[in-house]
Design a binder for this molecule. Structure first.
Ligand SMILES: NC(=O)c1ccc[n+]([C@@H]2O[C@H](COP(=O)([O-])OP(=O)(O)OC[C@H]3O[C@@H](n4cnc5c(N)ncnc54)[C@H](O)[C@@H]3O)[C@@H](O)[C@H]2O)c1
Length: 334
């Protein structure tokens, strides 16, 4: 049986492909490499380069991969400010791509999908920690495109029996412990890799946006989960569906909030670098605090994250950064 990973050349997808292979699964990857890296894909996975909008391409892949037990779907755009400027790009790639994929799954009789959703589907939280049953009212087109995808899968489940698990991630960070794969986004918009760019001397300093939030030190508080722990949750979710359980949605986070200043301090300790930083005004649309209630994933999926210390998460990202200062470019990729 084969697991097809869409977006398997991206940051989270490549770590999930790697974990699947380590655990003995047969894996095929679909990716158009728009933000992903061919060199990030474990060589034991079969690789198909193409776009999930391309129905003829998907048919070709699913005609070759005839024994698919499920798909894991990471293929999407995910930069919030870009989605505000160009919402149709997001609805087209994310939501539109999902429709083509589900039609192909329906026609090739593939009945399980694990889907990368996001905390951005909740919008400004009404309570902390955020529960799966809380209202989903996105405040940007990226979150809205992902919420639409959750709804489309729900109706496809009712009509065609395609079972799904929607995994709503909070902040994802870190890299495989041996430093062989890691995060390489262009542009980089996530806090930890940006801090590490400062530590490596690629940026002059860090800007901390907003120091007057109602939090412990006035800076934004976020919940960080290690990418390998996140990858493992996808495999548990697939096994959950294979065991005959019904469709479901789970938050994936560490349930512990760290302020931006705490992350900065942890990064200074983890890297031994001074990491200059300055205070800057708030950015529009940044919620004060985002922390997941992730007890449901722990209880129902049996998820046990291995990394509970944010400094250890940062150390793995720093190891990747030091061994690959130019990311996958170090392997000759443009
Ligand atoms: N990184 C985070 O902190 C975070 C948080 C919440 C949710 N997510 C979600 O997780 C998923 C993966 O995130 P990531 O950080 O690994 O992103 P990424 O950009 O590194 O990976 C996405 C992958 O999908 C591929 N792709 C995009 N559109 C495609 C298409 N139309 N056809 C084929 N391939 C396509 C890209 O080339 C890339 O390899 C995204 O869907 C994102 O919304 C990420």
């Amino acid at each position: 049986m084969t697991v097809v990973v869409l977006g398997g050349a991206g940051y989270i997808g490549s770590h999930t492909v790697d974990r699947l292979i380590e655990k003995g699964y047969d894996v095929a990857v679909i990716d158009n490499l728009i933000t992903g890296h061919r060199a990030a894909v474990n060589p034991k996975a079969r690789f198909y380069q193409g776009d999930i909008h391309d129905r003829a391409f998907l048919d070709e892949v699913f005609n070759k991969e005839t024994n698919v037990e499920g798909v894991i779907h990471f293929a999407a755009f995910s930069i919030v400010p870009e989605s505000m400027k160009d919402p149709l790009k997001y609805f087209d790639n994310n939501t539109g791509g999902m429709i083509t994929l589900l039609k192909a799954m329906r026609d090739h009789d593939i009945k399980r999908i694990i889907f990368s959703s996001t905390a951005a589907t909740y919008g400004e939280p009404k309570q902390i920690p955020i529960k799966e049953t809380d209202p989903q009212i996105p405040t940007n087109p990226y979150g809205e495109s992902k919420l639409c995808m959750e709804k489309i899968i729900h109706w496809s489940d009712l009509a065609y029996g395609i079972k799904f698990v929607a995994l709503r991630y909070f902040n994802v960070a870190g890299a495989k412990a041996d430093g062989s794969i890691g995060e390489d986004h262009h542009p980089e918009t996530h806090l930890i890799p940006i801090i590490l760019q400062v530590a490596a001397g690629e940026r002059t300093g860090l800007k901390i946006f907003g120091t007057d939030y109602p939090t412990k030190d006035g800076t934004n508080v976020r919940d960080y989960v290690h990418v390998v722990d996140l990858a493992d949750a996808h495999i548990l979710a697939l096994e959950y569906l294979k065991a005959g359980n019904d469709s479901n949605a789970f938050n994936l986070g560490s349930s512990t909030g760290f302020s931006n200043k705490e992350i900065l301090e942890a990064a200074r300790e983890a890297t031994g670098q001074p990491i200059p930083a300055e205070d800057a005004p708030r950015r529009a649309g940044d919620p004060s605090t985002l922390i997941a209630a992730s007890d449901k994933a722990r209880k129902v999926l049996g998820w046990k994250p291995q990394y509970d210390d944010v400094k250890e998460i940062i150390k793995t990202a720093w190891n990747w950064k030091q061994t690959h200062p130019k990311g996958y470019n170090d392997r000759g990729e443009a």
